[in-house]
Design a protein around this ligand. Structure first.
Ligand SMILES: NC(=O)c1ccc[n+]([C@@H]2O[C@H](COP(=O)([O-])OP(=O)(O)OC[C@H]3O[C@@H](n4cnc5c(N)ncnc54)[C@H](OP(=O)(O)O)[C@@H]3O)[C@@H](O)[C@H]2O)c1
Length: 329
């Protein structure tokens, strides 16, 4: 038997969730069984738990797009009993049962070795949010945005992706402008992570002009919509904005002017299906470029029964930094 948070949907579309004891035989038939230690709460998990579809595509569903644990048994020669592993993405927690359970059945190709630098708790403190933040940093570097290029803006800065992005960019020597709706309550937190300037997100959340006064060499945007449009329109020539999120909205009410008149690059980031080499690169860089003291400072740990309330909070923009889920608690 194992313990899981199980999401269900009735015939009339009503969603429900419960902490349930399930039989191992209930698990899907997949080659690698993992004893899960921790999962995490990402924005996408919040959408899955509160809204169900379109994130959840089969029912019932064990949510959790991330997990960290130990291989309990494996029919895949690439993995052995006792291996420390993590999973980020691959539609786990969306189409396939995910990490918010004490056991998970996984395909070998979804697994990444637990990075040497991290405990399973720290790996989940990073989770999809941290790994995506590093993919965004890599995108900026690959478009030649260096610390001496000028300031880099991070939106949704007090959230999970944003917090890791601020801390990593600051450690790398970038001048980080943190955009947040919570400057009054989280201003000190953002400065401690390394932000050198704070701007209220209202400055960026209204309709954008085709070309604004340039103020950023680049950006990491976790909120989309008008905010992304404003950042792009205020990015200097040959700058780059890495876009990964939609907390404000999925629309992008912009113009081509920044692209054709300033040669600005909009770099899309999708962590879900990145190949193993890219994942390894991102995790290695996190180990190198993020202080674990800052990671600890941005992380809270909750139990499985706390997850539904926390899911509503993350969608309301009320979660600071990262939330680890101790599935045994
Ligand atoms: N593309 C990918 O591969 C990928 C991977 C991971 C995450 N994501 C996306 O990235 C985004 C952030 O994820 P997360 O896990 O970091 O979520 P999160 O912890 O909830 O962070 C989102 C932050 O956005 C800000 N925000 C919330 N509502 C807003 C609004 N209406 N307008 C403007 N800003 C708002 C808040 O920060 P402040 O209070 O500081 O303003 C909030 O903390 C989500 O949209 C998620 O789906 C994408």
């Amino acid at each position: 038997m194992f313990r899981a948070l199980l999401l269900s949907q009735d015939d009339d579309g009503t969603l429900s969730h419960s902490i349930t004891e399930l039989d191992d035989a209930d698990l899907p038939d997949r080659p690698v069984m993992v004893d899960v230690d921790y999962s995490t709460l990402n924005y996408k998990d919040g959408l899955a738990i509160v809204n169900g579809a379109p994130i959840v595509r089969t029912w019932p569903m064990v949510p959790g797009i991330d997990l960290a644990g130990t291989v309990a048994s494996s029919d895949d020669p690439a993995w052995s009993t006792g291996d420390g592993v993590i999973v980020n993405g691959w539609d786990v927690g969306e189409s396939y049962w995910g990490g918010m359970a004490t056991k998970a059945a996984m395909d070998g190709g979804w697994l990444t070795p637990l990075p040497d630098a991290y405990t399973s708790h720290q790996a989940m403190a990073l989770g999809t949010a941290g790994y995506t933040a590093m993919l965004c940093v890599l995108a900026l570097e690959e478009h030649d945005i260096a610390p001496d290029s000028g300031p880099v803006v991070v939106t949704g800065a007090a959230g999970g992706v944003g917090s890791v992005a601020v801390a990593v960019l600051a450690k790398l020597g970038y001048e980080v402008i943190a955009s947040s709706g919570r400057i009054e309550t989280e201003g000190d937190y953002l400065r401690e992570l390394g932000a050198s300037e704070l701007i209220h997100r209202d400055e960026l959340s209204g309709p954008a002009r085709p070309l604004g006064k340039t103020r950023f060499a680049g950006g990491i945007d976790t909120v989309g919509s008008h905010t992304l449009a404003n950042i792009v329109s205020q990015t200097q020539p040959h700058g780059c904005v890495a876009a990964c999120g939609l907390a404000q909205g999925m629309d992008f009410p912009s113009s081509v002017a920044p692209f054709i008149l300033r040669a600005v690059t909009l770099a899309g980031v999708n962590c879900v299906y990145e190949p193993a080499e890219r994942r390894a690169q991102a995790w290695n860089r996190l180990a190198q470029d993020l202080d674990t003291a800052k990671l600890d400072a941005m992380t809270d740990t909750i139990g499985l029964s706390d997850v539904p309330a926390a899911a509503a909070q993350i969608l309301a923009g009320e979660i600071r930094g990262r939330v680890v889920i101790d599935v045994n608690r």
